[in-house]
Design a protein around this ligand. Sequence first.
Ligand code: GTP
Ligand code: MG
Length: 443
Amino acid sequence: MFNSLSDRLDKIFRGLKGSGYLTEKNIKDSMREIRLALLEADVNFKIVKNFINAVETRALGSDVMKSLTPGQQIVKIVHEQLIALMDTEGFEMKVYNNKLTKIMLVGLQGSGKTTACAKLAAMYRKKGIKPMMVACDVYRPAAIEQLKVLGKQIDIPVVAEDTKDVVKIAEIALKRAYEDFTNLLIFDTAGRLHIDTEMMDEVARLKAFIKPDYIFFVADAMTGQDAVTVASEFYAKLAFDAVILTKLDGDARGGAALSIKAVTDRPVAFVGTGEKIPDLEVFYPDRMASRILGMGDVLSLIEKAEETMDIEEEEKLARKMLKNQFTLNDFLQQLQSIKKMGPLESVIRMIPGMSAKLPSDLKIDDNALRHVEAIIQSMTYQEREKPHLLNGSRRLRISKGCGRPVMEVNRLMRQFEDMKKMMKKMSSPKGMKQLESMMKDQQ
Ligand SMILES: Nc1nc2c(ncn2[C@@H]2O[C@H](COP(=O)(O)OP(=O)(O)OP(=O)(O)O)[C@@H](O)[C@H]2O)c(=O)[nH]1
Ligand SMILES: [Mg+2]
């Protein structure tokens, strides 16, 4: 997501930083380029206009022109304006473990409502909340089945009734929720191809009966400005509280994420970044702005790591690395914990400075990781601890065992040796100094 916008902005800023001092002309030129970049990312044209006006006014201010680092000042201004554009005004879905919070998900067909129900349920359960889901999409039997399957997969109860009367279902669900001391009741509703009165009436009836604490409008980011238009129509008819923007992992150019708040005045609360249950993130405008500007998103990366990794184990591994005792068994363990964090490409792009360095069309093949894993798994424990045992015939056996060519086995061994050499270098005091200066270069 945002790759091409990030690349374009990066080029513009590099030009600005390179020129040393700024004139009114090169500010105006770069504003024109930023404007084009935003329009190309499918940001609403009115928003682009306001955005550029705000940035330009601030950039032409005497403080910026006179500063020693005018290029960086402009990046800072764009960063701040992006944050303002996506401002959530502190919106947060508050759920408590001693009372019931009711939420409703609405939106067009296929926008990702049912998936988001399960993702939210799983996310909040991790925080010690007891969720329950309710199937109120009564028109398609497959829709009810889909929620049931998801519920089973994550072991969260689903209320599904054999009736078309959504209010009746809600009544049963509320009763069950109170009986089971549920803290979060999530209502999945039917999507339509477009907004029609029948659908709005049903959702409105359901809303009046449930009296939800939050209504979320689920929008597919891939549909760009259409998502924004539908969101504002929806908002006019059914005042929702916030937006869940899905499919930000796809080809979405980012326009929807950048426009929704300004157009509907409702913030984005969560973003969906994949089809799997853990692929849901709380939306933070500052982190998103940093990602767009290729500054990386260290906080999200750390959170992801903390959620999926065993910190104690990681520390043990780090100590082994420093002592140069890192073996293929450790390497395998680390590969497996990295895999848990999600697709490699999205992980790498959150590292500051990395996004701009990677070509936007770069596709990191997660299969490569799987192959490496398969190769190591075909070795005996002994071999993983003492790689020098791996002679030609053992390598051949491993290659047959994992179904990868011997060449790949050899390459992996070479890379592992190189990695160990690098670790050895880094663990010396001189190496640490080098690492420090590398990090400084990044900033
Ligand atoms: N890549 C990606 N796919 C998603 C995401 N969220 C949902 N999907 C996929 O989008 C498709 C539609 O998702 P659903 O959750 O069934 O959408 P819905 O809004 O419930 O659809 P209806 O019930 O038909 O209105 C499914 O194939 C999901 O796997 C996301 O964040 N990223
Ligand atoms: Mg659905």
